[in-house]
Design a protein around this ligand. Structure first.
Ligand code: HAM
Length: 453
C-alpha cells in the first residue's frame, strides 16, 4: 500500500528553472566557439586556467561588492554540512585573482595572461538571453597597468566576434580611481537629489547605496533624468585621463570603432579606469543583449589580501554569442558530413567491420556506422540522410572473396575492391571528391595501415 502511494507522488524530474540542456543539435556551435576561443588564446599567448565552480562566498562579496545585484540577490549560496558558506561562482575574475595570489603567480614574469571557459551561475529572472547557468570565456592580464593591455583585450574581443561573422560595437568608458569615483558619486547624488521622487523604486535605493548604478537603469524615466547628469569622465584625475586617452589612441590606431558611453559603469564594483562592453551592432543596449564586458581592476588583488597587482580583462557570454549566430543565420563550419559510411550484413561481417572501423579511424577518415542495424537498406538510408558520399559494404560474399564493395552514394555505382587495398582506394576517391569541391583533405599514398584479413 505504502509502495503504491510513493509511486503516485513521484513526479518526473524536470529541468531546473533558468538552466538549459545543450543538445546534440547545437553541439557544433559549442564546439566551434570552444575551438575558436582556444585558438585565439594560443595566438595571443594566453594560458588556460580552470578554477572550481564552488568558492567561498566571501570571495565574491568582497570583490563584486556587497551592494551589487549579483551579491545582494543573485548568488546561489548555501552553508554546507561542515558549516562553510559557499557559492556557485557568479563570475570568474575574482577566482582568477584568488588563484593568482594563492599560487604565487606574482613571482612569475609579468604580466601573467590567463584565459578560462566554463559555467557561471546567477539567480536572475530567466528570460531570452538570461539564464541561471550560463557559460563565459574570459581573458585576463594580471600584473601590468599599461594601456596597451586594455586596447589589446578590446581587440581580442572585437576580433572574436568579427571572425564569427558578427558585427559588434564597443562601448567604452573610464571610471577613474576609487578616490575620484567617490567624489563623482557625491556629485551625482547631489544632482539627483531634487529628482529622487521621479526615480524607479530600485533607483531610489541605489541612490543611497550605489548611485552609479542609477546610470545604467533601463527604466525610461530614470534614463531621461540621468541624461543631463554630470559625467564620470569629467571627474577623472590627470593620470587616469592620460591612461584612457592612450587606450583610445591604440584603438584608433587599430581602427576599432568605439562609442564613448558614460553609462558603462558595469554591475561589479571592482573596476577602475577602463570599462567596456561589447554590444551587437543594432542593439539598444539592453542588459540581455550585451555580448561581453570587462575592464581594468587594479585594486582587486589587494582587496583580496594579495600584493598590489594592476590587471584588466573581459568575459563573453557564450549563449548570447550563439543566440546571435542563430538569429543572423550565420553558417558555422563544423557541420561536416562524415567521409564514409561503413555498412555490414551478417554476423561475421559485423565483426570484421568493427575492426575495419578502427583502421579507418586511425587513418584519419571520419567514418559513420550503424552496426546494430541488420539490413543494408536501412543502413544506406542513414548514409543518404547524412549526405555521405561513399559507403563501404561488407557482406558474407565479400568476406569469402577477400573484397569489399565501394558504393558511390550519388550515382549508386558499386565497385568491388580488394579488401586489403581499402585504405589506399579510399584515399584516392576522397582526394578526388575533395579536389572537385576545391579542398584538399587526404592525399593518396601512405597506405601501410591496410586492413588485414
Ligand atoms: P559580466 O558583464 O557580468 O562581466 O558578464 C560578462 C558576460 O556574461 C555578459 O556580457 C553576458 O554576455 C554574459 N552573462 C552575464 N550574465 C548572464 C546571464 N544571466 N545569462 C547569460 N549570459 C550572461 C563579468 O562577469 C566579468 N567577470 C568580466 C570581466 C572579466 N571583467 C574583467 N575581466
Amino acid at each position: 500500500m505504502a509502495k503504491k502511494e510513493s509511486k503516485q507522488k513521484f513526479e518526473r524530474p524536470s529541468l531546473v528553472r533558468g538552466m538549459k540542456d545543450i543538445l546534440p543539435s547545437d553541439a557544433f556551435y559549442w564546439n566551434y566557439i570552444h575551438n575558436k576561443v582556444f585558438k585565439m588564446a594560443e595566438d595571443y599567448g594566453y594560458s588556460y586556467i580552470e578554477t572550481p565552480i564552488l568558492e567561498e562566498k566571501n570571495l565574491f562579496v568582497r570583490s563584486i561588492g556587497e551592494t551589487t545585484d549579483i551579491v545582494e540577490k543573485e548568488m546561489f549560496s548555501f552553508v554546507d554540512q561542515g558549516g562553510d558558506r559557499l557559492v556557485l561562482r557568479p563570475e570568474n575574475t575574482a577566482s582568477v585573482v584568488r588563484a593568482y595570489n594563492e599560487h604565487g603567480m606574482v613571482s612569475q614574469p609579468q604580466p601573467v595572461k590567463l584565459f578560462y571557459y566554463g559555467s557561471m551561475f546567477r539567480r536572475e529572472r530567466p528570460q531570452a538571453g538570461r539564464y541561471r547557468e550560463f557559460h563565459q570565456f574570459g581573458f585576463e592580464v594580471l600584473g601590468d597597468d599599461q594601456a596597451v593591455n586594455d586596447a589589446q583585450l578590446i581587440l581580442i574581443a572585437h576580433n572574436f566576434f568579427k571572425e564569427l561573422g558578427l558585427n559588434t560595437s564597443i562601448q567604452i568608458n573610464s571610471l577613474g580611481n576609487p578616490v575620484s569615483r567617490e567624489r563623482y558619486k557625491k556629485e551625482l547624488t547631489d544632482f539627483m537629489k531634487s529628482k529622487r521622487n521621479q526615480l524607479c523604486d530600485d533607483c531610489k535605493k541605489r541612490l543611497l547605496k550605489n548611485p552609479l548604478r542609477v546610470l545604467d537603469c533601463k527604466n525610461d524615466t530614470c534614463n531621461e533624468i540621468t541624461l543631463d547628469a554630470p559625467q564620470i569622465i569629467d571627474s577623472l584625475e590627470e593620470e587616469d585621463n592620460k591612461h584612457f586617452t592612450q587606450v583610445l589612441e591604440y584603438l584608433d590606431e587599430l581602427e576599432i570603432p568605439y562609442n564613448l558611453n558614460s553609462r558603462i559603469i558595469r554591475g561589479l564594483d571592482y573596476y577602475t579606469r577602463t570599462t567596456f562592453e561589447i554590444w551587437p551592432e543594432e542593439s539598444g543596449g539592453t542588459r540581455q543583449s550585451e555580448l561581453g564586458g570587462g575592464g581594468r581592476y587594479d585594486g582587486l588583488s589587494e582587496l583580496l589580501g594579495g600584493r598590489p597587482t594592476p590587471a584588466a580583462g573581459f568575459a563573453v557570454g557564450i549563449e548570447r554569442a550563439i543566440n546571435l549566430l542563430r538569429e543572423k543565420k550565420i553558417h558555422i563550419p563544423g557541420q561536416e558530413t562524415p567521409d564514409i559510411f561503413l555498412a555490414q550484413l551478417g554476423d561475421v561481417s559485423r565483426r570484421r567491420a568493427l575492426k575495419l572501423f578502427e583502421v579507418l579511424r586511425s587513418e584519419g577518415f571520419s567514418v559513420y556506422e550503424s552496426f546494430s542495424k541488420d539490413g543494408i537498406k536501412p543502413q544506406l538510408e542513414i548514409a543518404n540522410r547524412l549526405n555521405i558520399k561513399i559507403a563501404l559494404i561488407l557482406g558474407q560474399k565479400e568476406i569469402i572473396d577477400g573484397t569489399i564493395l565501394l558504393r558511390d552514394m550519388e550515382s549508386g555505382a558499386q565497385e568491388v575492391i580488394n579488401y586489403q587495398k581499402t585504405v589506399s582506394e579510399l584515399k584516392k576517391r576522397l582526394s578526388k571528391v575533395a579536389h572537385n569541391n576545391g579542398v584538399k583533405i587526404i592525399q593518396p599514398g601512405g597506405d601501410e595501415n591496410e586492413p588485414s584479413g
